[in-house]
Design a protein around this ligand. Structure first.
Ligand SMILES: N[C@@H](CCC(=O)N[C@@H](CS)C(=O)NCC(=O)O)C(=O)O
Length: 227
């Protein structure tokens, strides 16, 4: 039976264009942000063949997903979606209520949005596999160390289990695909950081996304890295 607090799918009129749940880290972030905001969305799969790219270009001028439509607005780029949802649903607490913590949350969310390219290319998100002995490209090490520092500072300052305390925020949505990568590739991180990865993967919306990813048909075998 549907939870009373959850609106019927599509009741809000919002749509979220996303691509693969297995591989698309940005789609995951945008989708988690909608869940954080309490906005029910109808998911629209991004056209993935060349003939349909023009359709995506019309939807999202960057030709990238996620892209949200809601109440006359069309928003693409994940950080813009976070800011938009925070404005539309201020009561949802997407950012911490304390202004100093909020500034911190925005800073680390901006950092993952604009950086960590070595980590992204060395350890692509893949929710269908688990590698126990994956050779981590040395160029990705500084990224991993920086992320451990970011997480450790947050967990110590705000007391966990999420980065800014008891409730997930924009930062947790932004770092969620990093947490899954650390688990997928058995990246060695500190005990508090590993505990944080588990918190993220057990977070109810993440569990829903991971289950949906596992149910996806195998479409992109070239991304199934084997070692
Ligand atoms: N800066 C963008 C990055 C979005 C991005 O790179 N999206 C990827 C998917 S993870 C994409 O749309 N790639 C093209 C495609 O899937 O067709 C954001 O924050 O949303």
């Amino acid at each position: 039976m549907a939870d009373k607090a959850e609106p019927a799918a599509g009741a809000s009129g919002a749509t979220l264009t996303i691509s693969s749940k297995t591989y698309s880290a940005w789609s995951l972030r945008g989708w988690l942000l909608c869940r954080l905001a309490g906005l029910d969305v109808v998911e629209k799969p991004a056209p993935n063949d060349a003939n349909n790219r023009a359709e995506l270009l019309l939807l999202s001028p960057s030709v990238l997903v996620p892209r949200l439509t809601f109440d006359g607005a069309s928003v693409w780029d994940t950080l813009a979606i976070a800011e938009f949802l925070n404005e539309e649903f201020p009561e949802a607490g997407l950012y911490p209520s304390d202004r100093i913590a909020r500034a911190h949350c925005r800073s680390i969310s901006g950092e993952i949005h604009s950086g960590f390219t070595n980590l992204r290319s060395a350890l692509p998100m893949n929710l269908k596999v688990k590698h126990e002995r994956f050779p981590v490209f040395s160029g990705a090490r500084p990224d991993i160390e920086r992320i451990e520092t970011i997480w450790s500072e947050c967990l110590e300052t705000y007391g966990g289990p999420f980065l800014f305390g008891a409730k997930p925020t924009v930062a947790d949505a932004m770092y969620a695909p990093v947490a899954t990568r650390f688990i997928t590739y058995a990246v060695s991180v500190s005990a508090p950081c590993l505990a944080y990865c588990r918190t993220v993967t057990e977070w109810a919306p993440m569990a829903d996304w991971i289950a949906a990813a596992k149910a996806e048909p195998e479409e992109m075998e070239e991304l199934e890295v084997e070692f």
